[in-house]
Design a protein around this ligand. Structure first.
Ligand code: BES
Ligand code: MG
Ligand code: ZN
Length: 499
C-alpha cells in the first residue's frame, strides 16, 4: 500500500471514494465549492436537515452518479471540533479504511480534518495502516480480507499546503506502522509455533535484512556467564531459553539507547501455576520483546542517526520436574541473590539479567524496558494506559511527551523508597514478589536493583499489549496484539537523534 500526499484539487481528483470530514452540527464543509453543484447541495441538505449530524465515527455514503471525478463521497463524522485530537484523526482514518475495505475499494482519497500539519498527516497514515492489519495466517478461507492491507493499494491524503513537506511524514509513518504490524504478527503467534528459538531466528532475519549486528546467547553460555535469572525460569521448558541481542549502529560513536523487552513465549506461572481462566492470553506475554524487535526494525528501516541496542530475553515458563521452585535462591548476573517466592513473577527475573548485562556491556545513555509484567498494572490503570516507572525524571517526561503524540497512553507511578521494603528477603538480598499492595511498583522496584548506572524507565504494558477485557474499541487496534510501544519509542529516539 502506498500513501501519497497531494495538493487538494478535488474537482480533478479521480478516485473511487473521496472522504470528507464533518464536525458536529457544521452546516458547511471545506471544498464544497469544488464539487458539482448538485452533489454539493445534496450534501448540504443532509447537513441542514440533520440527517447527517457529524457525530464522532458516524458516516454516510453518497454516490455521485458521474457528476465529478469521484465515484462516491463518504461523509465522516468528526464529533465536536474542540475535542478533536491527533488520536481522533487516527481513529477516524482507521474507520475510513475499514469502510473502504467493506466497499472493496482499491484506492481512496481523504481530505484532512483540520489544518493539515505534520501530526495530522502522520495520524491519518497511521490510522489507515494499523486498522487494515489482520492476523489470518491460521485461517483456511482465502478471501479479499486476507490480502495485505485488504487489497487497498493506494491512499491519497489531499492537503492545502505544499505536499513536498508532508510526503516524507506519510512515508515514515507507513514504515513505522509496518514495524508495528510486524510486532503484531510475531506476538499473535500461538505458543506452539513460537518458542524462544522462533523469536531468535526472526531477530537474525531482521539483522541480515537491515544490516544490524545480531547475537543469540544460548543456555549453556548464559549458565557460564552467570545469568541465573533467565536460566532458572527457562529450566522448566523443553524449549530452551534464548537471549537475543540486536545492535543498530547509525550514530557513530554516540552512546546507545538500550531497549529491553520481556519475551515469555507462554506464561503458565510455572510451579506457582496460574488458574485456567484466560491462560491462553499468556501467549501475549512475549509482547515486550516483540515491541523491541519491531522498534529495531523501524529504526533501521528509517536509518535513524542514533545507536540502539535491543535485548530480548526469551523463555517459556512451564511447570515440570526441571522447573525452578518457590524457595529457590538464584544468583543473578550482577551478583545479587533473589529468593523465589512465586515462580509466576518470572518476567522480572529474566529482565533483571538482560538489564544488568546490557548496562554493563554497552554503557547506554538511557535504558527503557517494556514488559507485560504485572496484573497489578491493569488493576491500577486499566487496559488502555501503560504504567511507567523510572529512576530518571527527564527520561520519563520524554516518554510521556512522545506517548501523548502517538496516542499510546502512559502514566507514571512513583518509585518511593518504601516500596523497596516490600521486596526485602529473609534469606537472600531480595525476593521476587512484594505482596499485592502496589504490585506494579514493587515489580519495578525489583528491576531497579539491576538498572544501576544508567537513566532507566520501565513500561508495564500488561493492559495495553493486546485487546482484552476493558480495552476501548479503537479502529486502529484490531483484535489481538496491538504492537504497543513501537511508535512511541521510535518517536522518542528519532526526535532525540534529530536534535
Ligand atoms: N505475565 C504476568 C503478568 C500479567 C498477568 C500480564 C495478567 C497480563 C495479564 C506475570 O508474569 C505475572 O504472572 N505476574 C504476577 C506477579 C505476581 C506473582 C507477583 C501477577 O501479576 O499476578
Ligand atoms: Mg508470570
Ligand atoms: Zn509473565
Amino acid at each position: 500500500m502506498h500513501i501519497k500526499v497531494e495538493k487538494a484539487k478535488i474537482d480533478q481528483k479521480q478516485t473511487s471514494l473521496l472522504v470528507i470530514g464533518i464536525f458536529e452540527n457544521d452546516q458547511d464543509f471545506p471544498h464544497s465549492k469544488d464539487l458539482d453543484p448538485a452533489v454539493s447541495s445534496a450534501i448540504k441538505e443532509s447537513l441542514e436537515s440533520k440527517e447527517f449530524r457529524g457525530s464522532f465515527g458516524t458516516s454516510m455514503l453518497i454516490p455521485t452518479f458521474g457528476k465529478g471525478p469521484m465515484k462516491r463521497i463518504l461523509l465522516m463524522g468528526l464529533g465536536k471540533k474542540d475535542k478533536f485530537t491527533d488520536d481522533s484523526a487516527r481513529v477516524i482514518a482507521g474507520k475510513v479504511a475499514l469502510k473502504a475495505k467493506d466497499l472493496r475499494a482499491k484506492e481512496f482519497s481523504i481530505l484532512p480534518f483540520s489544518s493539515p500539519d505534520e501530526g495530522l498527516v502522520e495520524a491519518i497514515a497511521e490510522g489507515v495502516c494499523l486498522s487494515l492489519y489482520s492476523f489470518d495466517k491460521y485461517k483456511a478461507t482465502a478471501s479479499e480480507d486476507n490480502k495485505d492491507y485488504a487489497g487497498i493499494v493506494e491512499v491519497t491524503i489531499l492537503v492545502n499546503s505544499d505536499p513536498a513537506q508532508t510526503q516524507p511524514v506519510a512515508e515514515r509513518a507507513a514504515a513505522v506502522c509496518e514495524a508495528v504490524n510486524y510486532a503484531r504478527d510475531l506476538a499473535n503467534l500461538p505458543p506452539n509455533d513460537c518458542p524462544p528459538s522462533h523469536l531468535a531466528s526472526a531477530a537474525l532475519s531482521l539483522a541480515s535484512e537491515y544490516g544490524m549486528k545480531a547475537r543469540v546467547v544460548e543456555r549453556y553460555e548464559m549458565e557460564s556467564m552467570g545469568m541465573g535469572g533467565i536460566v532458572a525460569v527457562g529450566k522448566g521448558s523443553n524449549s530452551p531459553p534464548k537471549l537475543i541481542i540486536l545492535e543498530y549502529n547509525g550514530g557513530g560513536e554516540q552512546k546507545p539507547y538500550l531497549l529491553v523487552g520481556k519475551a515469555v513465549t507462554f506464561d503458565t506461572g510455572g510451579i506457582s501455576i496460574k488458574p485456567g481462566e484466560k491462560m491462553d492470553e499468556m501467549k501475549f506475554d512475549k509482547c515486550g520483546g516483540c515491541t523491541v524487535l519491531a522498534t529495531m526494525k523501524a529504526i533501521a528501516a528509517l536509518k535513524v542517526p542514533a545507536n540502539v541496542v535491543g535485548i530480548v530475553p526469551s523463555v517459556e515458563n512451564m511447570p515440570s520436574g526441571t522447573s525452578y521452585r518457590p524457595g529457590d535462591i538464584i544468583r543473578m548476573y550482577n551478583g545479587k541473590t533473589v529468593e523465589i517466592l512465586n515462580t509466576d513473577a518470572e518476567g522480572r527475573m529474566i529482565l533483571a539479567d538482560a538489564l544488568s548485562y546490557g548496562i554493563a556491556t554497552y554503557g547506554p545513555k538511557a535504558v527503557i524496558d517494556l514488559a507485560t509484567l504485572t496484573g497489578a498494572a491493569v488493576i491500577a490503570l486499566g487496559a488502555n494506559v501503560a504504567a511507567v516507572v523510572g529512576t530518571n525524571k527527564h527520561l520519563v517526561d520524554r516518554l510521556k511527551k512522545a506517548s501523548e503524540k502517538t496516542g499510546e497512553k502512559m502514566w507514571e507511578l512513583p518509585l518511593f523508597d518504601e516500596f523497596h521494603e516490600q521486596i526485602k528477603s529473609t534469606f537472600a538480598d531480595i525476593r521476587n514478589i512484594g505482596g499485592r499492595p502496589g504490585g506494579a511498583i514493587t515489580a519495578a522496584a525489583f528491576l531497579s536493583n539491576f538498572a544501576d548506572g544508567a537513566p532507566w524507565a520501565h513500561i508495564d504494558i500488561a493492559g495495553t499489549a493486546w485487546t482484552q477485557e476493558g480495552t476501548f474499541e479503537r479502529s486502529y487496534n484490531p483484535k489481538g496484539a496491538t504492537g504497543f510501544g513501537v511508535r512511541t519509542l521510535v518517536k522518542l529516539i528519532s526526535e532525540d537523534a534529530a536534535k
